[in-house]
Write a protein that binds this ligand. Structure first.
Ligand SMILES: *[C@@H]1O[C@H](CO)[C@@H](O)[C@H](O)[C@H]1NC(C)=O
Ligand SMILES: *[C@@H]1O[C@H](CO)[C@@H](O)[C@H](O)[C@H]1NC(C)=O
Length: 458
């Protein structure tokens, strides 16, 4: 069958695809004079007026409309009239029997697809299991490219195969206009790595393990319709990418698998993550330094450590994260709900962050900012410097907390958290017969409450 590769855009055309403009948010402020005076959030609005104008849509309902124009990169359209090159890994010698090493066949197939001037679809057939060593899919390619994974990619579990680079299994490096999809499975086969993690066996030295799929410096990227499971360490990592859509991903690993973050985002701008179901042994989603304009919507998370910004500022580093929105998420049985974590001694900021319409069920720390994060063997020293946490809105967050402290703001003395707003919060203790109020612990933070907020900082 011949295939067509069609890229379609809601509001961008191909020429401005090269620009960095897929997520344009227009906030139409129709009236901002309707609010009552004397509310304790007024002075925060004065301090951060434009930021609050962006988000004050609950209390002054209907006054602000949000429209979002999003780039959609449609992948493959299977019409018979196409000139796109179809590259089936089978033709390049891949066996897909689960025991033969198919790495070389995949490398050859990638080369053929990537060098096609008319666009290419690299097909991984259904009902086969392709065993792969670490492999690098390098760009730039001659044209648009789709990797259509119908079957299963399975990682070699011989750790000596990873000697050259212990941090990567599947690596997409510098590939623009890439779609990875197909409904198939990516299996990191991580058991051997988990067993040898210092978090499981404390006698062993702490060493990194491979990320199952890394996207590095990819521009205009869509990753969708995939099952990703049992990664050696992180499942997916987006690094230095621009214009990314990740959606309809199912990411699973056992609750006890160490450091198996679902979706990790670093130094990446303009990203949408949506409609994902993630349950692993670490963060469902972690967004770290250099990331800007990241929209996360419709996420089901658990088990795992929740949705995290950070950690930031480790080893006195500089970190900048801004413009992160997490909307419509359901977290069940996670250790954290929505979390911002920074190490002491760092610098930079995490700012303009919204968590809205979130349901918590039996979550240990539903709302948490921790500026004293420390994830190392020795205790962390007290340090004066900190990554500034600023302009954080928590809105319409409901459900149950597994611990009595449903809200925990542990901010730095030298750099208190600024502009933190709680709006319409209703968190109760899980498992209590009559719904008991959970508590809030708030240190070095200025918090304003809007609507009904329970629990509240003292
Ligand atoms: C935060 O949002 C405000 C208002 O939109 C904007 O002026 C400011 O530059 C943003 N800060 C960062 C760090 O992006
Ligand atoms: C989501 O992905 C799965 C495969 O993982 C696929 O079967 C399903 O049809 C996709 N859903 C949508 C709405 O495309």
């Amino acid at each position: 069958m011949i295939m067509t590769l069609l890229f379609s855009f809601v509001s961008c055309n191909l020429s401005n695809l090269q620009e960095v403009v897929p997520l344009n948010h227009h906030y139409l402020v129709e009236d901002t004079t309707a609010h009552e005076s004397g509310d304790d959030h007024d002075h925060f609005q004065a301090a951060y007026p434009s930021y609050f104008n962006m988000f004050e849509d609950g209390k002054f309902k209907g006054l602000i409309k949000e429209t979002t124009d999003v780039l959609t990169l449609e992948s493959v359209d299977l019409t018979p009239t196409s000139s796109v090159k179809k590259v089936n890994v089978k033709k390049y010698g891949a066996k897909g029997d689960g025991s033969n090493d198919d790495t070389e066949a995949f490398e050859k197939a990638w080369k053929a697809a990537c060098s096609s001037k008319k666009g290419a679809v690299m097909v991984v057939p259904e009902d086969h299991n392709y065993l792969l060593k670490p492999i690098r899919f390098s760009g730039p390619c001659e044209s648009k490219i789709t990797l259509q994974i119908l079957g299963t990619l399975e990682a070699s579990d011989d750790r000596s195969d990873y000697e050259e680079d212990e941090r990567q299994w599947l690596m997409f490096d510098g590939v623009d206009n890439l779609v990875v999809s197909g409904g198939g499975t990516i299996n990191g086969n991580g058991k051997i790595w988990w067993k040898n993690s210092c978090k499981i066996n404390e006698d062993l030295p702490c060493k990194g393990a491979p990320t199952a799929i890394t996207f590095y410096e990819c521009k205009n990227l869509v990753v969708k319709d995939l099952n990703i499971r049992d990664a050696q360490q992180m499942h997916t990592s987006f690094e230095k990418c621009v214009n990314v859509q990740a959606y309809n991903l199912s990411v699973t690993a056992p609750e006890k698998s160490p450091n198996t973050d679902g979706i990790h985002v670093t130094n990446t701008q303009n990203m949408q993550i949506s409609d994902c179901v993630i349950g692993t042994g670490d963060d469902c989603i972690s967004i770290v330094s250099g990331s800007k304009n990241v929209q996360v919507t419709d996420i089901t998370c658990g088990p795992g450590h929740g949705i995290s910004i950070g950690s930031l500022g480790a080893r006195n580093s500089e970190a900048y994260v801004s413009g992160v929105t997490v909307k419509r998420a359901k977290l069940t049985g996670t250790t954290n709900g929505v979390r911002i974590k920074t190490w002491q001694g760092g610098s930079g900021y995490a700012s303009n962050i919204t968590f809205a319409n979130i349901e918590m069920k039996d979550v240990y720390n539903p709302i948490i900012i921790n500026q004293n994060y420390c994830d190392q063997d020795e205790p962390c020293k007290q340090q004066r410097k900190a990554v500034q946490v600023k302009n954080v809105l928590y809105k319409n967050i409901k459900g149950t907390s597994a611990s009595s402290m449903a809200v925990k703001f542990d901010c730095s003395k030298a750099f208190p958290c600024q502009g933190v707003t709680l709006q319409d919060i209703d968190l109760t203790l899980e498992g209590e017969e009559e719904e008991k109020e959970a508590k809030a612990e708030c240190n070095n933070v200025e918090v304003s409450n809007i609507g009904t907020v329970s629990p509240q900082c003292d």
